[in-house]
Design a protein around this ligand. Structure first.
Ligand code: HEC
Ligand code: HEC
Length: 193
């Protein structure tokens, strides 16, 4: 009987860990935010989450820090390079795994830059925190729809499993989703307020 109870508890544990938190203290929320920021400040995300310059970044695989995308690639106002050469001229749409170092990464979506307001490159934790909790600067999302994006975006999935020798942010997509929910349950606190 004891054995059965133990088994039931072990089976229930992973599900419980993934439950959406309903309440959280400010301290728990701030700690969750800091873990979120280690992801959003990782080059796998900031290489695309750039601002007005419209120039994506290259990082790792031997590139120097702050290397901008080669071949003078400019995303332009279209954010897909429609004004010069489009991203999909090289970054094809394909669900196949990325295996070849230095090849243009591909995902099962059209490769492009996010809207300018989602510029995270070089920003502090407090700046990105304020950006991401405000629908005016996070592409119009509340916490539930942010979580939805994280769960369903081919960009985010690729960021955690880029392959081809590229590093990934610490943790996992599940952990990130859990932290965003925790941050939301705490009222999206930022260190500054
Ligand atoms: C190849 C470029 C690219 C990469 C890499 C990328 N993103 Fe994005 N991201 C986008 C685009 C484009 C959007 C705008 C929404 C859309 O078109 O899907 C976006 C939007 C977002 C949003 C706001 C939700 C929304 O609907 O606008 C979040 C949050 C986000 N990305 C998180 C991440 C995280 C976390 C990573 C790294 C693990 C990452 N992104 C890597 C392109 C990228
Ligand atoms: C002429 C071909 C070409 C075009 C056009 C192009 N890219 Fe790339 N891109 C590449 C190659 C090649 C790499 C890989 C470079 C390497 O790792 O040595 C790359 C890598 C990237 C990376 C780095 C991914 C990472 O985190 O390692 C981003 C971000 C990126 N491209 C965004 C874009 C965007 C956005 C556009 C359109 C505005 C675009 N690229 C257009 C060839 C291209």
């Amino acid at each position: 009987m004891k054995y059965l109870t133990l088994c039931a508890a072990l089976l229930a544990a992973p599900a419980a860990a993934q439950e959406t938190p309903q309440n959280a203290t400010r301290e728990e929320g701030l700690a969750a935010w800091e873990r979120i920021f280690t992801v959003t400040s990782h080059p796998r995300c900031t290489n695309c989450h750039v601002g007005d310059s419209g120039q994506p970044m290259w990082e790792g695989l031997g590139y120097k820090p702050d290397a901008v995308h080669g071949m003078n690639v400019q995303a332009g106002e279209s954010r897909i390079g429609a004004e010069s050469i489009t991203c999909d001229a090289c970054h094809v749409t394909s669900a196949a795994a990325n295996t070849v170092p230095h090849a243009p990464p591909h995902i099962d979506d059209a490769w492009r830059l996010p809207p300018v307001e989602l510029d995270w490159l070089g920003k502090t934790s407090a700046e990105v925190c304020a950006q991401l909790r405000d629908p005016d600067t996070n592409d119009g999302h509340d916490i539930a729809s942010l979580v939805d994006h994280l769960r369903n975006s081919a960009f985010v999935a690729w960021g955690f499993t880029p392959g081809a020798g590229r590093s990934a942010p610490e943790g996992s997509l599940d952990a990130l989703v859990h932290d965003v929910n925790l941050w939301g349950a705490a009222g999206t606190p930022c260190a500054t307020n």
